[in-house]
Design a binder for this molecule. Sequence first.
Ligand SMILES: Nc1ncnc2c1ncn2[C@@H]1O[C@H](COP(=O)(O)OP(=O)(O)O)[C@@H](O)[C@H]1O
Ligand SMILES: [Mg+2]
Length: 306
Amino acid sequence: MAGDSSAFLCGNPNLGVTVTYPPRCLWYNSGWIGCLARVFHVKQQPTGPQPRILAIANQKGGVGKTTTAVNLAGELARRGRRVLLVDIDPQGNATTSLGIAKASLTVTTYDLLLGGAPPETIPMASGRDRLELIPADQELAGAAIELVDLNRREWRLSDGLVPLLPRYDWIVIDCPPSLGLLTLNALCAANAVLIPLQCEYLALEGLAQLKATLERVRESLNPTLRILGVVMTMYDGRTNLAQQVVDEVQRYFPRLICRTLIPRSVRLSEAPSHGRIAYEYDPHGRGAQAYALLTEELVGREERLV
Ligand SMILES: Nc1ncnc2c1ncn2[C@@H]1O[C@H](COP(=O)(O)OP(=O)(O)O)[C@@H](O)[C@H]1O
Ligand SMILES: [Mg+2]
């Protein structure tokens, strides 16, 4: 699973083919248009209102991707949006964070990527109104290898989600800590990326590689992919370092950095072990409040664009 995306991108014989036609309004799945889409490796687009599809990505582990994905998905659902959380990390942390036992899973993201079950049957209830989940477990690690030889290997998630799109207003994808084929699938399926950065020394290390990958994905695979924002996580206002890191990121990404800083909070780190979202576990805590504000901010950025 791990590995540099460039291996996949450079090995793709269709790189450099920028396909901007047929127009987005056509249903690429059907007939000769579907064939063209498959040959040219373009995104298959359904008609009608589309959900926002947001990948939470950073190839570093432990920066707050899963915490952000779960809390954002929960807050969006609380605000009345129909939300699908897709766990595409074989560690399945988003799945357990929602209180779902991996031993109980019958279908997972693995089946969505490998066609093991009809996509319509894969999302499961999370036990919260308007929030559904496509869960993941260790089996997904095998998918990263099995996908390599498959047709449309970067597009399996995007294609699998097509029949599910009318059901949701937002789809949030929790990426694994690598820039391998699983993350590439998330970036091809998404229309926007949110990058969590930990407020620590070397936070920006690896960001150049991530940005280069996003640029290559945009050029070769998914031209509509945008960076929605960079969110600073585990901010500890008592240290100078945290503020220095925020200032530095502010200089690099003046328009992308989110106003909302996610504080370092013990309650945020405890909530997943109880299978609870922060607002369920400690609704008045600083962590839950920060994710509520972040959600407002991102909804303002994203839904304003339509
Ligand atoms: N704001 C925070 N304050 C304190 N702990 C946090 C915070 N965000 C995440 N954590 C904890 O840090 C660890 C890594 O976070 P996680 O969201 O799993 O990162 P990633 O998905 O990027 O690997 C987890 O144990 C999580 O509970
Ligand atoms: Mg994670």
